[in-house]
Design a protein around this ligand. Sequence first.
Ligand code: GAL
Length: 383
Amino acid sequence: MKKKLVSLLTVSAMTMSMLVGCGSGAADTATQTAETVAETATDVAETATDAAQEVADTATEVAETVTEEAAGSGDLADKKVGVCIYQFADNFMTLFRTELENYLISQGFSKDNITIVDGANDQATQTNQIQNFITQGVDVLIINPVNSSSAATITDLVVGADIPLVYINREPDADEEARWQSNGWNVTYVGCDARQSGTMQGEILVDLGKEKVDLNGDGKIQYIMIEGDPENVDAQYRTEFSVKALEDAGWEVEELDDQVGMWDQATAQQLVANSLSAHPETEVVFCNNDAMALGALQSIEAAGRKVGEDIYLVGVDALTEALEDVLAGTMTGTVFNDHIAQSHGAADAAINYITGAGNDYYIGCDYVKVTTDNAQSVLDSLK
Ligand code: GAL
């Protein structure tokens, strides 16, 4: 570009000097004019070169930014993630949040930009924490609600602040999920279907055969049920579907007791101690999770009973201790609640919102039935 401009202006200068004629005064004027034109040509050419360089620099910068954004992870280090856990003092959610943090870091987030807070099982506390995250301007929120029934309020708060939202572990109800879709909001749920875990608990017993499980041979299965937080759909469905699986197999059932253990080992230990002394005819103890099954086992052993011989015990989650009990025969079975797939799924969903890829409104995951047959391989997979 510079060359073309210089030669064009030089040619015009020469032409001018020729046109001016042969007189010496005229010739001097022509030469001066030609020189002035040539200098101007050089200045213009230099200015053009500088401008061209600036354009090129800007283009390079734009290209670099676009490439970084497309690469995604280069950019995640600056993004802020807020994570609300309903309660830190929950064995399963502790596994979940530890894996979630490690995986977010492995995907390129900076540890300093991941803030995980404890709702202490109190919705007012959690709502406050959500408001603080909004004020801080986090780029995405991952929320394990204290009360699933507060989901609509939480969604309105977060969507109102234009922050994408990933619900985990406690599934909001169908009406709430339908609202995300009909409004096209950046809100999703990552988790498993609790009906499946309940069904698997029942199937573990059905697979043993009725002759074995009906210890007193009265044609009915006498059971006690220890529930998690009844506000939580996992507790509701596991309670319903574990028993339904027995009924679907044509087994008659008799509920001796149904108590709320709030997912907690010590609470369940106390409840099962009371139930067993009131109902020594208990054949099956269903616990909505493993923490409570571990508490139940303490009371079963304290009552001088033996799992697999004069009582059966099932849980959900596949905590390491529960898997060891399944292998030792001190628990009949459990159901693997895949915290690895769920935490990775939640982090991936958060990333998809940040990069603009977006997500489906429901991201599911499967439970796995665990008995002595596969407890070791599940244990190995968790190491
Ligand atoms: C369940 C899990 C329980 C408890 C609960 C909390 O999925 O099985 O152990 O963590 O979530 O909502």
